[in-house]
Design a binder for this molecule. Structure first.
Ligand SMILES: Cc1cc2nc3c(=O)[nH]c(=O)nc-3n(C[C@H](O)[C@H](O)[C@H](O)COP(=O)(O)OP(=O)(O)OC[C@H]3O[C@@H](n4cnc5c(N)ncnc54)[C@H](O)[C@@H]3O)c2cc1C
Length: 439
């Protein structure tokens, strides 16, 4: 008997990754304005999930919530988000078996592992005659767009920022209207989204910051952002990380309200550019001579730092905030990272990994940049002889101890631990150790 082959439907695929939104999504817009119906997909990538150590990793819950919302938005247009729980290779093999795919559309990701993944998928789909189209979406300016007059990447922030601002004046700030084209999505019948348990995790009980922000915070950002007890920052990190908001729209809405705020968004792009040009920073010091530092790497002291039991209240408050909420205020991130690397002489990579495990807004480029800055090994690094004094940081930025009392309730009681190192001695030791490494 002859079994008639049913003709496979011809479609384009849009692959969501760090862009969990429909609004102002560049790659999605180009897919939707192509000639074919678009099947939006998301992959819970088992290569990534299998590396997460904590059963209730809050990022998995956050992503899951966003995927449910995204699917609802697509469903309102009669479509849906096709969700996979496997490796990207397995997902694309299944798609290629089911549909005739003309093109895969996706937004560019600049992390080294993502680049390797994307080249492998590009090769796979091209073998089946499909194109692999990528777009800039995660940043306003990407690798290659902000260069010195000699055409080289910048290695320090301020000239990069000046060039960035100069270029920003000349671009169109209008949002991309994806909504208008949503009728071009593929009419997917029924979506199956794996539960968090099916992904091998437990739901987290953390609360996630909202994706809206108050304009007042942005207006007062320059004055308030350094005080951890104030609501002085926008808490949008996790949304920028997973692209639940558009950085283009955020910059367009806030740039007239605060130069300082825009400058922080430029730091984000600066570190992404550094990672794209110098991927070796993932394991090595940006300034290679600092790879000679003889770290002490005392494991007991590291555990005390992680648990917020160093006897330095601003450090302990920060670490406890991180452990309890998945967030730590930027000023305190600077203090705790400096304390770990300089006072304790523990390798910045240990601290970087701990942050990577805990931060909701964890982002390789900014985390690496922040840690290398604090350790004095990075781009605009603190000179090694400048060692933050945790006490003066507290006096300046938490003068009435409100942040400390919130996170370290036993502060100022006999239960509070004694300092694990003496500030003066630790400072001298740090300077000598760094000096030896660089001379
Ligand atoms: C050791 C260390 C590690 C860090 N790790 C990360 C990280 O993993 N992910 C991350 O997004 N940021 C990181 N930062 C930068 C900064 O601390 C956070 O972006 C900020 O605290 C997030 O809070 P917010 O959303 O309220 O930021 P806001 O102050 O409201 O700023 C808005 C946005 O601008 C960007 N931004 C602000 N400051 C910086 C900065 N210094 N560098 C790069 N981008 C910035 C972020 O996307 C942030 O969400 C780190 C900083 C240090 C010192």
């Amino acid at each position: 008997m002859f079994v008639g082959l049913s003709r496979m439907e011809k479609i384009n695929v849009f692959w969501h990754r760090r862009d969990l939104r429909i609004q102002d999504n560049t790659g999605l817009y180009y897919a939707l304005t192509s000639e074919l119906p678009v099947l939006p997909i998301f992959i819970f990538d088992t290569n990534i999930l299998s590396k997460l150590e904590e059963q209730n990793d809050a990022r998995v819950t956050f992503i899951h919530e966003q995927i449910v919302k995204l699917n609802e938005e697509y469903s309102q247009k009669g479509s849906g988000l096709k969700v996979f729980n496997c490796t990207p290779e397995e997902a694309f093999n299944e798609l290629l078996d089911t549909y005739e795919i003309a093109g895969i559309y996706t937004n560019r990701d600049y992390e080294p592992e993502a680049i390797t993944r994307d080249s492998a998928i590009q090769e796979l789909v091209q073998q089946h005659g499909a194109e692999f189209y990528t777009f800039k979406d995660q940043v306003i300016f990407e690798k290659g767009e902000i260069l010195t007059d000699k055409g080289e990447p910048y290695k320090v922030f301020t000239p990069f920022k000046n060039k960035w601002l100069q270029k920003y004046k000349d671009i169109d700030h209008k949002s991309i209207d994806t909504q208008k084209h949503l009728k071009n999505t593929f009419q997917l019948k029924g979506t199956d989204i794996p539960t968090i348990e099916e992904l091998g995790f437990e739901p987290s009980e953390l609360t996630f910051p909202d994706k809206t922000y108050s304009e007042q915070i942005v207006e007062k950002y320059a004055d308030d952002r350094d005080f951890p007890a104030k609501k002085g920052t926008t808490r949008l990190g996790v949304h920028l990380r997973f692209g639940t908001i558009s950085v283009r729209e955020l910059a367009a809405q806030t740039s007239s309200l605060s130069e300082t705020y825009l400058s922080e968004l430029i730091w984000r792009e600066f570190y992404m550019m550094i990672l794209a040009y110098f991927p070796e920073v993932v394991d090595k010091a940006f300034k290679s001579k600092y790879d000679q530092i003889k770290w002490i790497n005392d494991e007991d002291q590291f555990i005390k730092w992680c648990e917020g039991k160093t006897g330095y209240p601003i450090v302990d408050a920060g670490m406890r905030e991180l452990n309890a909420t998945g967030y730590m205020h930027n000023r305190v991130r600077m203090v705790v990272s400096s304390f770990l690397t300089k006072h304790l002489l523990i390798d910045w990579r240990w601290g970087e990994r701990y942050f990577a495990k805990k931060l909701l807004d964890y982002e390789l480029a900014s985390n690496n940049g922040g840690w290398q800055w604090a350790a004095g090994t990075g781009t605009d690094a603190q000179p090694y002889f400048r060692v933050f004094n945790p006490k003066s940081q507290q006096e300046k930025f938490d003068p009435d101890y409100s942040y400390i009392k919130k996170w370290v309730p036993e502060f100022d009681t006999p239960k509070y631990p004694k300092p694990i190192v003496d500030h003066k001695q630790a400072r001298v030791r740090a300077i000598e150790t760094y000096k030896e490494a660089v001379s």
